[in-house]
Design a protein around this ligand. Structure first.
Ligand code: HGY
Ligand code: MN
Ligand code: MN
Length: 410
């Protein structure tokens, strides 16, 4: 395989997918959006060009399959959705690398002991439904009422969105697929470690746990000029104090925890009015479940004390994923394969969430990182060099060949 050529082909495919699925000048694909539908058409063409049988599952994941001698299946893939104003590589990079690795294997005309599927998962990011990871949750039968009742910014529930897009919530599986022997995902690192340490490949050993909240603090709307400072119930002031105190607390508690307020709004949002309410998101992550619980308790405590001061506080827990260790035998096997290919390889922890994290507790899972230039991601500056995309294809094809031929007994 000519790594450079394959890497350039991957880059060309990612450019096409990005350019065809912009909303205005932003890349944004979310579940059942027109841009996701357009993206699916492109990915389906790529899958069908490999001669694969392509179907959609109960929630809208795109699944392409090549039968092997046995029904036991190796699944590869990643997510086809993006964050709002996202990059070209997050998710889609793993789908394209998977397709090009599969193309190498199909062209080598081998018949495989196991079957193989490549899946383009929907709504990993949760940019429409904040519970997120919906496609991979469907693979393991973990879509519950919590997800089905989750509502988007227009108040439409996932259940209603499924029905209006022709999917039947009643048909969602209640348990994991029994025929999947292993899941492998290639993903951009979305951080600076591989580039800084000048490595080609990261083999992920564990993925941080995540807690996502939606918080509303309601105070008392008043005149900005005539209301003395000491009798105000200003929700923006209360929120800012909570955010800075909790940020400092997280910094003191752990070197690996992250606490992010990515979205914030103020109502009625007028400069000469003390706000009625403020609404904001919390994204809390750490590799230690104990520290996640510790900070979560602190969040409830701090916001609870605002109620005693007269504020009304609503806390919605949107997503709670535990830290996950990936299969060590599979990681060791992938590490060795990567080293044998002459790729500078290191083991690492993922600070980003992935479909792999949802699947890992139920199915043997491996996660491979390729470098992100300057560690940038969830931004239009996201970039991975074609050379590194080519390495991802080479490594995945090498690993898959052994797994499909039963030389690595999953
Ligand atoms: O938020 C994350 O880490 C992932 O991109 N969903
Ligand atoms: Mn992402
Ligand atoms: Mn991702």
């Amino acid at each position: 395989m000519n790594r450079q050529e394959v890497g350039l082909k991957a880059e060309e495919m990612l450019n096409e997918l990005a350019d065809q699925t912009r909303m205005g000048d932003e890349i944004w694909r979310y579940i059942y959006s027109d841009t996701e539908k357009k993206g699916k058409k492109i990915i389906r063409q790529w899958m069908e060009a490999l001669g694969l049988l392509v179907i959609e599952d109960q929630i809208g994941n795109l699944i392409a399959r090549k039968e092997g001698k046995s029904k036991e299946t190796i699944v590869i893939g990643s997510h086809m959705d993006t964050v709002k104003d996202g990059g070209k590589y997050d998710g889609a990079g793993g789908i394209v690398i998977g397709l090009l690795a599969l193309k190498e294997l199909i062209e080598s005309d081998e018949t495989f002991d196991k079957s193989i599927e490549i899946i383009a998962f929907t709504e990993e990011e949760g940019s429409r439904f904040l519970s997120g990871y919906l496609g991979s949750k469907n693979l393991v039968g973990k879509i519950t009422q919590l997800e089905l009742n989750d509502t988007d910014s227009d108040g439409i529930s996932l259940k209603e969105a499924m029905i209006s897009n022709g999917y039947d919530p009643e048909k969602l599986p209640k348990e994991k697929r029994r025929d999947v022997a292993a899941y492998l995902e290639v993903h951009i690192e979305q951080g600076p470690v591989l580039e800084t340490l000048r490595h080609d490949i990261g083999i992920v050993e564990s993925i941080v746990g995540i807690r996502a909240f939606d918080i509303t603090i309601k105070g008392r709307q008043d005149h900005a000029g005539t209301t003395p400072m000491d009798i105000r119930l200003d929700p923006v002031y209360a929120a800012s104090k909570f955010i800075s105190e909790t940020t400092d607390y997280v910094r003191r508690l752990s070197k690996t925890a992250t606490f992010t307020i990515g979205a914030m709004s103020v109502l009625p949002g007028v400069s000469n009015v003390i706000a009625d309410s403020t609404n904001f998101s919390i994204d809390l992550r750490d590799r230690s479940e104990e520290d996640l619980v510790n900070v979560t308790d602190r969040i409830y405590e701090s916001l609870g004390s605002l109620e005693e001061q007269g504020y009304a506080v609503t806390i919605k827990l949107l997503c709670a994923e535990e830290p996950v260790d990936l299969d060590s035998r599979l990681s060791d096997f992938m590490y060795d394969k990567s080293q044998n290919l002459g790729l500078r390889t290191m083991k690492m922890v993922s600070g980003a969430g992935h479909d792999a994290q949802i699947i890992a507790p139920h199915i043997k899972t491996g996660l491979i990182f390729v470098p992100s230039v300057k560690g940038r991601s969830h931004s239009s500056d996201e970039y991975t060099k074609s050379y590194d995309l080519g390495n991802g294809v080479l490594l995945l094809a090498t690993i898959l060949k052994e797994m499909l031929q039963g030389e690595f007994d999953v």
